[in-house]
Design a binder for this molecule. Structure first.
Ligand SMILES: [Zn+2]
Length: 411
């Protein structure tokens, strides 16, 4: 474990700590057993802001080899993600006029959920996925050529040496996880064709603040990006962010379009508009982050109290989504087996295991109908619409969902 005192983007020190969530276990480290004799390691979870480039980041870094080698998040288990991926690939094939001689590369390509859309259209692809088990699924099930590695400047240089250059480079929901941010971003410039485009999605720090999504804070998420912080980092590596969109995925994300500065297209007015908006709400000041920290404490208190009252009234309560978010929410709010009976999750690789720290057993979602708990705490609120629809029968029979953020409410 490393504790960083300097900014992982610009290198300036010291960082200003704005929120401390205590020590928590690794949010994706599901357990095979619930034996109390084998306690799991915990690490400090603390959010800080850089005075110089305004990047919001964690102060502690758990080695990526510990975090990502057996990752349990399979993108293909979410319908929302699959639709989002298919639409994006179709748009880029059209806009970039991709064909049989093009190449699309994705960093953290997961099980090939995105690249398979290009492959189906006859566009060559290359996946880069550090988790061994997931890279193997991409190769075996989706026939996606996949390298079992972390993307970096060195890997990009190696690929270029092999004669590979990307017309489109994707990095979705991965930049926030990267310990060496500068190496990753430099690698994008190295790998892109002069006319190529990088499409990058990151959870947006403003959405985290507005919706009080403190459960998106866990050790894998090292950075919490604003456009202001991203632009400084990308400029350092001669990449021009020429367009930006806010997309409603993972609780609110930014989608950036970036190209080598030497040959980038004209910059969309959306870029300047969002930078101005960020300056207006004080992206580079401490006030919005301190206000967020206050709201976090309120939600943690309200949720714990509400669940304890239900429990005291004899209600049975389950949770939906053995997600990393859920792990932060439960472990930092002091909610566990004293109020929750079990967790359900659609992913078969999680079923039968136990949640980190709280040691709740994970079942398939059918368990909700089998046992009909009175309430279900929705830990994967980012897929609320989809899950509430799938659970229409549970709700018709009187089951209720509790949504934790941006304030505690029953649906
Ligand atoms: Zn900085």
């Amino acid at each position: 474990m490393n504790t960083t005192s300097a900014c992982r983007s610009c290198g300036q020190a010291p960082l200003q700590t704005v929120l401390s969530l205590g020590y928590t276990p690794l949010a994706n480290a599901l357990r095979d057993d619930n034996s109390p004799s084998r306690p799991e390691p915990t690490f400090p979870l603390e959010l800080a802001v850089c005075d110089h480039c305004s990047l919001v980041q964690l102060t502690t870094e758990v080695p990526p080899e510990v975090l990502f080698r057996e990752y349990v998040y399979f993108s293909s288990y979410s319908e929302t993600m699959l639709q989002h991926a298919a639409q994006l690939a179709q748009a880029l094939i059209r806009e970039q006029r991709l064909g049989q001689t093009s190449l699309v590369v994705e960093a953290a390509s997961n099980d090939g959920y995105l690249l398979k859309n290009y492959r189906a259209a006859g566009v060559p692809v290359l996946g880069i996925e550090p988790a061994r088990n997931i890279a193997q699924v991409a190769i075996d099930q989706h026939a996606i050529p996949t390298r079992n590695e972390f993307f970096s400047r060195d890997l990009a240089t190696q690929l270029v040496r092999e004669g590979l250059r990307a017309d489109v480079f994707h990095a979705h929901n991965v930049l926030a996880h990267v310990p060496d941010l500068n190496s990753f971003v430099a690698g994008i410039h190295t790998l892109l064709q002069p006319t190529g485009v990088a499409v990058i999605e990151v959870p947006y720090v403003k959405d985290m603040l507005d919706q009080c999504e403190f459960d998106t804070i866990y050790h894998e998420h090292l950075c919490y990006f604003s456009l202001t912080a991203l632009q400084e980092c990308f400029r350092r590596h001669r990449l021009m962010i020429h367009d930006v969109l806010r997309v409603p995925i993972h609780g609110g994300s930014l989608r950036l379009y970036a190209s080598p500065a030497e040959s980038a297209p004209a910059v969309s007015p959306r870029v300047e508009a969002l930078l101005a908006e960020e300056a207006h709400w004080g992206v580079a000041t401490l006030a919005p982050y301190q206000a967020f920290a206050q709201k976090v404490q309120t939600i943690q208190h309200d949720l714990r109290q509400f669940l304890q009252q239900l429990k005291a009234a004899g209600k049975r309560i389950a949770a939906y989504g053995a997600s990393a978010k859920g792990s932060t929410l439960l472990n930092t709010s002091g909610i566990g087996a004293d109020v929750l009976d079990f967790v359900v999750d659609r992913s078969p690789v999680k079923q039968g295991k136990y949640t980190p720290g709280t040691r709740l057993k994970i079942y398939a979602p059918e368990k909700l109908l089998e046992t009909q708990p009175d309430y279900t705490l929705l830990l994967t609120w980012n897929f609320a619409e989809e899950i509430l629809q799938q659970q229409a029968e549970y709700r018709r029979r009187g089951g209720k969902f509790i949504l934790p953020v941006p304030q505690v409410r029953v649906a």
